[in-house]
Unconditional design. Structure first.
Length: 149
């Protein structure tokens, strides 16, 4: 699994001009599922999202997690994180999971986060979405459950 994480002051996602997910301060996360990903990858990503210390403490050091700050998470599915742009002009998506497998793991990540009493909102899997956010920092990180980066 791959994730792009942005620390935000607020974020929302719309489908057909209707808000389907909205958060206040916390994390906007774009999540891609790879064809070889498993529940172990979902657990790794969920744990990182909950516990990654990227919020400022009283000394303005990144020392607090979304759990520590009572922050929220907006999780957006994004298969293009597995786009391979190394050859030609059109990305290849051979490494991306098929929709059934990806949906299952995407929803599993959401459930794992909710089990830790973190407010999590989500987009609609495979829908055409419009995402709006106010970045805080900006602070952006990338995660890969295979630890490629």
């Amino acid at each position: 699994m791959r994730a792009v994480i942005q620390r935000v002051k607020n974020a929302r996602v719309e489908v057909d001009k209707k808000i389907v997910g909205q958060i206040t301060a916390g994390l906007l996360v774009y999540l891609g599922v790879g064809k070889n990903d498993s529940q172990t990858d979902a657990q790794f990503i969920a744990e990182k999202l909950i516990n990654l210390r990227i919020f400022a403490d009283e000394n303005n050091k990144m020392n607090l997690s979304v759990a520590d700050t009572a922050g929220q998470i907006l999780l957006i599915s994004q298969f293009t994180l597995y786009g391979d742009c190394r050859k030609g002009r059109r990305p290849g998506f051979d490494a991306a999971a098929l929709p059934d497998h990806a949906t299952q793991l995407y929803e599993h990540v959401i459930e794992l986060i909710r089990q830790q009493s973190i407010t999590v909102q989500a987009g609609i899997f495979a829908a055409r979405m419009h995402v709006f956010s106010e970045n805080d920092g900006p602070v952006t990180f990338m995660l890969d459950s295979a630890k490629l980066f």
